[in-house]
Design a protein around this ligand. Structure first.
Ligand code: GRF
Length: 201
């Protein structure tokens, strides 16, 4: 399966996918990495892995739609089977999402704590267990059909950084496992029900 990965930051989720893809039995290949800004470690990771990159900043476009459709055109060039938004900090339009099956990782157990501050909000709420969620992106914020989840315990002495780091370790393993299974076995999305597997091999 051909993956286009979208990033906005440090790209550790991307790195986990790049590392997994080095094994030919994994079944997927990162064919391009896209970003909404320059100068980030995520793009540097792609370059070190000799994966083509592109980046377009919203501020370079007159309208948000213009940016979104430019991103879709760039993504399309790489003919992905799957787009993985991995720490990509922009919402994509329904037009984009209609063109590409797009998965996103979120550092909380959806539907709890959507938005930009999953680890902080979980800590402030005082939950004892949080985690990470991989889901099919829809028009909402972290609302799409759930593909995979992993629980992470909150420690007494956690702060936002320590909790997020522990979530990210679990998140990367979940992402690599689920994307590999999807690449090898396929995915069906029917309403809110997501099933991995069932592809004739
Ligand atoms: C991840 O926890 C992701 O879920 C969140 O931001 C983090 C990105 O980390 N939206 P990285 O860029 O993959 O290291």
């Amino acid at each position: 399966a051909r993956l286009v990965v979208l990033v906005s930051g440090s790209g550790t989720n991307l790195q986990a996918l790049l590392d997994a893809c080095a094994d030919p039995t994994y079944g997927a290949r990162v064919v391009a990495v896209g970003a909404d800004r320059e100068g980030i470690e995520g793009l540097a990771r792609a370059e070190r892995a000799c994966v083509p990159t592109f980046s377009r900043s919203v501020s370079d476009f007159e309208t948000r739609e213009g940016w979104d459709s430019a991103m879709a055109t760039l993504v399309e060039r790489f003919e992905p089977d799957l787009v993985v938004s991995a720490g990509f900090m922009k919402l994509l339009s329904t037009d984009f999402l209609g063109r590409f099956l797009t998965l996103n990782t979120h550092p909380a157990l959806c539907p709890a704590f959507p938005g930009m501050h999953g680890p902080r909000d979980a800590l402030e709420h005082g939950v004892k267990v949080t985690g990470a969620t991989l889901f099919v992106v829809d028009a909402g914020v972290d609302t799409g059909p759930i593909v995979a989840q992993v629980p992470v315990e909150v420690a007494e002495d956690d702060d936002v950084a320590s909790l997020h780091e522990r979530i990210k370790t679990a998140e990367r393993a979940m992402l690599v496992d689920a994307v590999g299974r999807i690449a090898r076995e396929g995915i069906t999305v029917e309403g809110r029900r997501v099933r991995i597997g069932g592809r004739d091999r």
